[in-house]
Design a protein around this ligand. Structure first.
Ligand SMILES: [Ca+2]
Ligand SMILES: [Ca+2]
Length: 215
């Protein structure tokens, strides 16, 4: 069976979906395997005459691409995480791995633009998920967010995720992004092998390591 897409209104948000961004106002399409459906990758952008170009060239150094350290510096300075602490380098690496389509390990201009748009969408999503406005996502808020994205996880798995991504029970923006992106990536890895769509997969050790260590 084919994986259904989210209903309606992808529009400008289509680039965010590849990072696991839920669409506001659309119900998740939960599949028998317990994970949600996502749309295919959108087309690339055109870079001609783009105002973002100036910003990109300031962030990228002479090689014309943005690496994880440069991205971390730029995101820390942008204040997108809402804290004074440095933006997580791990999150930068994860995001680059997800959007690095030409496998340079760095962000070219079009990749950078997608990343930027996705991050802004994540920020909006984070604000929505943080229902009590504490500036962080707590366990019950994450539980609701994950369910809204269409995932079905056990309380034990939720506990493991919170333990891994929170600081004193609070999940900050950069860790929230890393958590959601990784959940999406691992789900995709699993789904590609779940040919019967039953949430059960058999794979060899090396395949498992290749898929999980790279994320
Ligand atoms: Ca690249
Ligand atoms: Ca909160």
């Amino acid at each position: 069976m084919a994986y259904p897409r989210y209903g309606g209104g992808l529009g400008n948000f289509s680039n965010q979906m590849q990072m696991g961004q839920p669409m506001p106002g659309t119900g998740p399409a939960v599949l028998p395997g317990g994970y949600p459906a996502y749309p295919a990758y959108p087309d690339s952008y055109s870079s001609a005459g783009d105002p973002m170009w100036t910003y990109f060239t300031a962030v990228a150094d002479q090689d014309g691409e943005v690496d994880a350290e440069e991205l971390q510096k730029c995101l820390t300075q942008s204040g997108i995480s809402g804290t004074f602490s440095p933006f997580s380098l791990e999150t930068c690496r994860i995001m680059i791995a997800m959007l690095d389509r030409d496998y340079t390990g760095k962000m070219g201009f079009n990749e950078f633009k997608e990343l930027w748009a996705a991050l802004n969408a994540w920020k909006q999503n984070f604000i929505t998920v943080d229902k009590d406005g504490s500036g962080t996502v707590e366990r019950h808020e994450l539980n609701q967010a994950i369910a809204a994205m269409g995932y079905r996880l056990s309380p034990q798995t939720l506990t493991a995720i919170v333990k891994r991504y929170s600081k004193n029970g609070r999940i900050f923006f950069d860790d929230y992004v890393a958590c959601c992106v990784k959940l999406r990536a691992l789900t995709d890895f699993f789904r590609r092998r779940d040919h019967l769509r039953q949430g059960v997969v058999s794979f060899i050790y090396d395949d498992f390591l290749q898929g999980t260590m790279a994320i």
